[in-house]
Design a protein around this ligand. Structure first.
Ligand code: C6P
Length: 400
């Protein structure tokens, strides 16, 4: 079964520095299965056309394929309507879209506040600052668990939104989104969820979670780069102004006045990345062919195994030990700099990420410059974990 999955990922056969690649940088981007690669190839070989506009065969086929993926995404995350799914370039653009548009509609300019978790990616911090909000971060424990009682105390008459990650890219913590939504809604405040690190690891049901916005990237879920999703509840999206102006998002344009297209097109100005959206559809089919439960079980096994093996090494310090975690292990080796560890592992063909992972406030929280992060996907194996552990054993004397 696992070998069948691995066979679908040609890149896993690549050698790096003369060694078989061990790819543990899946939180940055996952590798792509053949079905996705071939769909992109087929689209540009025989299906390329702009969508929604041309009255010709290829345009009609491309439009149908593109809209079909919108329905696939709707089903994947349990949205009530397909028109609540907006295609973007990725999580970053999705959050910027909401921040810009939501702020124009709902901010009052009297000291607007957005509650965020203390473990947010910069993509869920900076757009709110650009929109003029003051951020109120929710603290978290040493283990990486959010303090919901402290969160409760942050709500006040200026709170316009809660913006939290479903899963932390640095700590792996899976936040209790349904509880956070219940808390926020009790204060009449909507919730945006950054799902960049969740959608490829667990079943997501936006209606069950109750969230108002849910944002994610295709490239972190086995799909192509250049495509992402912004889910928003119809009631809010229909009240919000467009993010960008251009083709497709209009109903009528004159030099005096423009009226806007209906949802979701109001938020999709210009030519979208059609081939990438089609590739995203294949990525969803890949995840569904494995099954989200099987996928989560495989990753949980890897996480537990890797945590146990690494913990047996001298001087390993973990960051992020929440009971609910995705398959992310952030650690330091003694007092050595994470970059040195990452470089030495790379020399042995092992790809991990080092640094602050675009979560500088998390690094400040622990008083460290960065971590080494190994993040797993469904195609990773225990044998690969063993390879990393052996490599760490070899490099440790060089680091001290
Ligand atoms: N995290 C990582 O290595 P984009 O770049 O738009 O696809 O995703 C941004 C983003 C937003 N939120 C979270 C929780 C994320 O993890 C990321 C991307 C990568 O951890 C690159 S910094």
């Amino acid at each position: 079964m696992l070998q069948d999955i691995r066979n679908q990922f040609p890149i896993l056969g690549v050698e790096v520095h003369g060694r078989q690649l061990v790819y543990f940088d899946n939180a940055a981007t996952t590798q792509k299965p053949l079905a996705v690669i071939e769909a992109l190839d087929a689209y540009y070989r025989s299906g390329n056309a702009n969508i929604h506009r041309g009255a010709h065969h290829l345009a009609a086929v491309a439009t149908e394929a593109y809209e079909g993926v919108r329905r696939q995404v709707q089903a994947l995350i349990g949205a009530r309507h397909a028109h609540e799914i907006v295609f973007t370039r990725g999580t970053t653009e999705s959050i910027n879209l909401v921040a810009s548009s939501f702020a124009r509609r709902y901010f009052k300019g009297d000291g607007d506040e957005v509650i965020v978790s203390g473990m947010e990616h910069h993509s869920n911090i900076v757009p709110w600052q650009l929109a003029g909000a003051t951020l109120r971060p929710v603290p978290f424990s040493d283990d990486g668990v959010l303090d919901l009682e402290a969160m409760e105390r942050l709500f006040n008459g200026h709170t316009r939104l809660v913006a939290v990650c479903h899963a932390s890219n640095t700590l792996g913590t899976v936040n209790p989104v349904a509880d956070i939504v219940a808390l926020a809604h009790a204060h009449g405040v909507p919730v945006l969820v950054d799902g960049a690190q969740a959608v490829s690891h667990m079943k997501v049901d936006v209606q069950a979670l109750g969230c108002d916005f849910y944002c994610f990237s295709g490239h972190k879920m086995y799909g192509p780069m250049g495509v992402g999703v912004m889910y928003g509840r119809e009631e809010l999206l229909s009240e919000m102004p467009p993010y960008q102006g251009g083709g497709e998002m209009i109903s009528e344009v004159s030099f005096e006045r423009t009226t806007y297209n209906e949802l979701p097109f109001k938020f999709e100005a210009g030519t979208p990345s059609v081939g990438d959206v089609i590739g995203l559809g294949k990525a969803i089919e890949f995840m569904q062919s494995v099954g989200m439960d099987a996928l989560a079980a495989q990753e949980a096994d890897l996480l537990a195994y890797a945590a146990e093996r690494l913990a047996a090494l001298p001087g390993i310090r973990f960051f992020g030990r929440a009971p609910q975690k995705t398959a992310v292990l952030s650690f330091l080796v003694g007092d050595s700099h994470p970059y040195d560890v990452g470089t030495l592992l790379d020399q042995m063909g092992i790809a991990v990420r080092t640094g602050h992972h675009c979560t500088q406030p998390v690094m400040d929280r622990y008083g460290i410059p960065g971590t080494v992060r190994a993040s797993f996907a469904v195609y990773n194996t225990r044998a690969e974990v063993d390879t990393m552990v052996s490599a760490l054993e070899r490099i440790m004397p060089m680091l001290q």
